[in-house]
Design a binder for this molecule. Sequence first.
Ligand code: IPM
Ligand code: MN
Length: 381
Amino acid sequence: MRDSAPVRHRRIGVIPGDGIGPEIVAATLSVLEVLTTRMATPFALDVVEIDAGADTYRRTGEACSPEDLRRVREDVEATLKGPVGLPEVRTPDGVEAGVLGGVLRTGLDTYANVRPVRLLPGVDSALSPSRARSPGGWRGQGRAGPADSAIDYVLVRENTEGLYASRGKGVGNRWAVSDTLLTTREGSLRVARRAFELAARRSGAPADGVRRVTCVDKSNVLRSHALFREMVTEAAAGYPDVELEYRYADAAAQDLVLRPGHFDVLVTENFLGDVLSDLGGATVGGIGLCPAGNIGDGPAYFEPVHGSAPELAGQERANPVGQLLAAGMLLDHLGHDDAARRLEETVASVLDTGGVRVAADGTVPGGARAVADAVIAALRV
Ligand code: IPM
Ligand code: MN
């Protein structure tokens, strides 16, 4: 008998976070522990715990120490981050402390915030009841067809500039405050290229199978957005197999509701992406089910889109699905795409077969532990 190959070890950082963060992160790690041993080529994840967030700020005066930031940058291959932030923990000028956007997104230059929006089997979309109620209604008026209502797109949000370049830096006095929207040529080009690369690897929009990047902006109003559009157009030249189209952000908001199936990959400015990704989340069962990857050319980290919901902490009601799917994105990023797919499929099957019921308010009975147990049971069969 041949000796089996040594199990490959990957080092990941883990930020448990605030509020429900530690519960959903622990549940996710327990799932990963089983998943990694169930794959055709088993592997192991070695966890380096990183202390960061609002509670860290409260204890130490810093949201993340330089040493912990160095670990994320140098000691690990990617990081799984829980939600952070506590409403009562604020900096002296009144903004929430410990939300980490400035420290991690800007600090690590993770310029693409990749937010998949996919309607999983077994999850009700907020869009479907009205559709069900009006067969031949607005649908029959030529505004959208059945294929238009499938939802599987990725929103790529520019993550280091845009309006949020002003994060915590607005200027003002007691009469007025101003925040600046920053758009650079290089910053726009690099996130646009990321969006095209993603579209090239996907199989196109659900409605027509066309590989498509939609540039979402308000270039009819803002010069900064006009530059963004110009740079997305420039990037498109390198990807002849991907269609480029443009939507003003207000029209995009409408179409994400009326014909989500048209979309494949969207690329947009930071603030618009923040707003539109919550809109997208609402159409696929809520942002509690939505993951995000913060990706640049160096270290990347993965997190749920939702916040830390401190009012739910310790009540066995926290929904870990966004965190689990964020772990799936991390595995994919590390090249374990088979494990990523297995995790996503298992989470979807548990939601589909009723093993896990997400309540209307986004919580789950039994909380993160119950969901993890159901996922682990499904992985073992
Ligand atoms: C997100 C969040 C953050 C953001 C907040 C918590 C600062 O809403 O990741 O979408 O706006 O970037
Ligand atoms: Mn947000």
